[in-house]
Design a protein around this ligand. Structure first.
Ligand SMILES: Cc1ncc(COP(=O)(O)O)c(C=O)c1O
Length: 444
């Protein structure tokens, strides 16, 4: 396997991890194979603002920002000061913390669907809590979903279902090993924007659907009227409508995609961005759906630790104070324009697509089988120029004009290399192992 001098220490650690950690990493998106393995950095030594330094001593402009969790930028001074002050007063108390109420009030005043709030530590965990509450509140078992909702059994059990025509599992690439087979049929996927499929599933499971859980968007806006129609179907069928805003929330508006798109669900799952990288998640919703949770067993020691609470309160207040909604629109639109110009200048068959919160590069290659090579070559060349991207760009508020300038410059050069590759020297130019998409996503 090729190892570039700039990734030697990273790849050494990655080899050592193979001996000690099953699967080497804790998060699939941190696998070396998600980037240009052998050239891209895998382990970081430090991070500040929009940059990180890897264990080999190379500095990168970060466009992944801790899978989007770091919304204000790495090691934000304001959030970190609040956290440090809180640690000095106690990172967790024997008793409850008044900050639980303060954060709940803040979430209720910011997120349109929020009247009551429960906390967790992560996104998948919050989805599992939402599923439990919806099932408990309706007395029904089935959950129809459209999105990625974490690693828990309730959700992964859907991968026992196979498309009768293609034989394909909903998220091909992930085997539901270890998930009870008896759960098969309790969580059923529907493709994004497919109202007919959703209607059919609701009919087939009449009176049994506790909830429709969905990502209202990821990197593309949903078609006009789609979210409103799903809401109508949920309410006609007495099912709880849950938006999973773990990835789309906060960046598009502090109140989430629901604020921006104007459709309010019954319940919302948030995590990641709410605390600028400190572990925290929440399930918020109407009084009617949330109140029954008081009678359910939903309980864990660390859900209300003071670090997560202090980080969340400070992060949300800072997003509002720094006018993040405008900031993200400006960064995203400028970056899209700059990358578009780089594409035109290189004459490469590519487009910079996606909503401004998550632009990405799509290559229009004549032969689809070349797609993984072309994409990996681009990621490889960007890594060589100190830009960390998997082909997508998830800005933090710390990514600035200078980051955009150097990224566009690196992209121009990288696109030129891709052009050379398309003209015949692809295999020669490509040093890294091919980028691998770990699993199929239901929402783009
Ligand atoms: C929409 C969505 N839901 C849930 C999750 C799971 O969150 P976590 O990785 O914190 O468990 C993710 C993570 O990427 C996500 O994008």
């Amino acid at each position: 396997m090729y190892v570039d001098p700039r990734a030697e220490k990273s790849m050494d650690l990655y080899d050592r991890a193979a001996e000690l950690i099953p699967g080497r990493v804790q998060l699939i998106s941190r696998r070396a194979s998600r980037f240009a393995s052998g050239v891209s950095p895998v382990y970081a030594a430090s991070a500040k603002g929009s940059h990180f330094i890897d264990v080999d001593g190379n500095e990168y402009v970060d466009w992944a920002n801790a899978v989007g969790a770091v919304i204000l930028g790495h090691a934000d001074d304001v959030v970190d000061s609040a956290v440090k002050e809180q640690i000095d007063r106690g990172s967790i108390y024997t008793l409850n913390s008044p900050q639980e109420i303060e954060l709940a009030e803040l979430l209720v005043s910011t997120i349109p669907s929020a009247e009551m709030v429960r906390y967790t530590k992560g996104g998948g965990e919050a989805c599992a809590v939402a599923a439990r509450i919806a099932r408990g509140a309706t007395g029904r078992d089935v959950i129809l979903f459209s999105g990625y909702h974490g690693w828990h059994d309730w959700y992964q059990s859907a991968n026992y279902l196979a498309d009768p025509t293609t034989g394909e599992n909903p998220f091909s690439g992930i085997e539901p090993i270890g998930v009870p087979r008896s759960l098969a049929g309790t969580a059923i996927p529907f493709p994004e924007n497919d109202l007919e499929c959703l209607k059919r599933l609701l009919k087939e499971n009449e009176g049994r659907v506790a909830a429709i859980m969905m990502e209202p968007m990821r990197s593309e806006l949903p078609p006009e009227g789609y979210l409103a129609s799903v809401k109508e179907l949920a309410s006609e069928n007495g099912s709880v409508l849950i938006y999973d805003e773990v990835t789309c929330g906060f960046r598009i508006a502090v109140g989430g995609a629901q604020e921006y798109l104007g459709v309010v669900p019954d319940m919302t799952v948030i995590a990641k961005c709410m605390s600028n990288g400190y572990p925290m998640g929440a399930v918020v919703g109407s009084r009617e759906v949330m109140e029954p949770a008081g009678r359910m067993f939903v309980s864990s020691s660390y859900w209300s630790d003071n670090v997560g609470l202090a980080a969340s309160i400070t992060t949300i207040n800072e997003l509002l104070r720094r006018d993040s909604k405008k900031g993200f629109e400006e960064i995203g639109e400028k970056l899209k324009a700059a990358l578009g110009e780089a594409i035109d200048a290189a004459g490469v068959p590519a487009r910079c697509t996606g909503f401004y919160t998550h632009p990405h590069i799509d290559f229009d290659v004549p032969d689809e089988s070349l797609q993984p090579k072309v994409k990996t070559l681009f990621v490889q060349e960007m890594a060589r120029r100190g830009i960390h991207t998997d082909g997508g760009f998830k800005a933090s508020l710390a990514n600035d004009d200078e980051d955009i300038r150097v990224t566009a410059e690196a992209a121009s050069e990288s696109f030129r290399v891709v052009m050379q590759g398309l003209e015949g020297s692809l295999d020669e130019l490509l040093k890294a192992d091919l980028t691998q998409e770990p699993f199929r996503r239901l929402v783009r």
